[in-house]
Design a protein around this ligand. Sequence first.
Ligand SMILES: N[C@@H](CCC(=O)N[C@@H](CS)C(=O)NCC(=O)O)C(=O)O
Length: 362
Amino acid sequence: MSLTICKLHTLLNAAVEVGMKPKQQPFFLLQLSFKHTIQMARSALDEMSASGAFVRTPSTFRNLISRDPNAPFPAEAGRYHLYISYACPWASRCLAYLKVKGLDKSISFTAVKTKWERTKDTDDHMGWVFPSSSTEEPGAEPDPLNGAKSIRELYEIAGINYSGKFTVPVLWDKKLKTIVNNESSEIIRMLNTDFNDLAENPELDLYPSHLQTQINEINGWIYDDINNGVYKCGFAKKQEPYNEAVNQLYESLDKCEEIISKQRYLCGGTVTEADIRLFVTLIRFDEAYAVYFKCNKKLIREYPNLFNYTKDIFQLPRISSSVNMEHIKKGYGSLSLINPSGVIAQGPDIDYSSPHDRARFS
Ligand SMILES: N[C@@H](CCC(=O)N[C@@H](CS)C(=O)NCC(=O)O)C(=O)O
């Protein structure tokens, strides 16, 4: 079934009636239209431009949590669930927030298995799946809410005929049985602020108003060149886009090294969202991106400041519990396009809990 403009208009009116803020309406409509007909890339492996470059498609479910109890998605203890993969940096940054904000008693979470499998018997789509028991793969758990076999099944519960990618993270509403949001950059902002009435650490503000312009500016180039940059290197199908991505990646890593050679964190003396966003890529770099994504011009452990900084962030309270290195290594090593044999590289097994020198800036 396809949506006509007229139907969209009626649905928008309904959205206004249930109190949806104007800011949320375009995303609600986008979500509805995806619920019906739009055909998109079905996995990251399809996201190629004609030139052989990796081009990431935008996330679809973009509702926001609100502190207003009458909002469509109010911040309520026990109502929401976060589906993650420990391998995935985007999902892991959400888990890191859940932990550092002390929200894991109010928002439950489940991790999928590391290796993509067939998500249905009726087609050959490969994607994230849940184990059948909690002993099948330590760290991964069966879906406790819907008994789903795959992340794809959750998208299908949330949106009839959804045909985009079935990505993690997924912030799930247990009450309405739907996806609230699947865009990690928005989920972390909600976890930072909108759940503060439930958080054990409400005073920790990783996006303080006086640093927002600076954080946004840093996020822009770190996302393009580093967070997504490693994927552009790994998934490039031609030499030229790979060369471009790798040069851009190392230019920006050098820039980070320079910034943090003079101060403890990217925005100065306090840790912010920009640091968590950089950290999730750095912690995967030597163990996975250097090995499977051809990011091997220089390793993070060869950058004195970046290496110590990675340890520093890893050692912040509760951050280490968002890192499962076994899942990271298996996750990237089992991408068949990149590593058809599925053999997982053993090294280098870095100890990120060993001492660092960053306290010199305190
Ligand atoms: N924009 C999304 C990207 C999430 C994303 O790409 N997740 C990957 C794992 S790292 C995924 O689930 N991919 C599934 C697929 O491509 O089929 C976010 O930041 O939340």
